[in-house]
Design a protein around this ligand. Sequence first.
Ligand SMILES: [Zn+2]
Ligand SMILES: [Zn+2]
Ligand SMILES: [Zn+2]
Length: 267
Amino acid sequence: MQPLVGEVVFLGTGTSHGIPVIGCHCAVCRSEDRRNRRYRCAIAVGLPLGGLLIDAPPELRLALIREDIPLIHAFALTHAHVDHLFGADDLRVMPNRLGTPLPIYCRTQDAKEIHRVFSYAFDPSLTQASTAAPLSFEFHEINALDATPFEVLGAKIVPIPMHHHVNDAVGYRIGSFAYCTDVVSFPETSYERLKGVKTLVLDALRHRSHPCHQTIAQAIEVANRVGAEEVYLTHLSHDIDHATLEEELPPHIHPAYDGLRLQIPVI
Ligand SMILES: [Zn+2]
Ligand SMILES: [Zn+2]
Ligand SMILES: [Zn+2]
């Protein structure tokens, strides 16, 4: 169902391999618990003027069909890694339905990557010669270092700069909700921007350390510092069994799972 205003839908909660991992026979990859089946990460958020998609993982089409979400009105990108971007071709249907190009919010370097990766979809000589609809995006470039909120679909959004090993990624704050995946650590200025967040989604790959992603313990530390009332962990690897982690975590911190829907205060 199309997300209602203030509804957050988890389209995917898995790390870049997806879970199950191809050819893996570990207990999590063979698990019958559907919460251990994880597409690559994305969410859809119901805003006053439509549905916002944050990231376009390779399973985007499957996730939108699974959740029965027919329309995306705007798209925001955290960063241009494959597991967050390579499903963007599935968005070609949206401009046809909307009757306008799909607004996309991303940094200058991510816009460049989109033009490089999907060059076939932006080259008029190729799109005119083909029957496939081009990727019709209306680019709105954001400066993640600028704390001034930008407006999307009737909501104010604050970008949250995040360190992601040699790269940086952008988290997004909408009212008292923030979505922060792929992050290994936050610059001090980002803690300022997370002040007062009540519902926080955080990258937490596994227990063992990783150069690009927070561990479960690091995510708990960040959650405690922010003081969020409800915390959901995402970008989970096959080291994580949902039920086991749920039991280990403090009561206000939960592993997210594909298909989870949250209600955040109406923006
Ligand atoms: Zn990722
Ligand atoms: Zn496995
Ligand atoms: Zn990444």
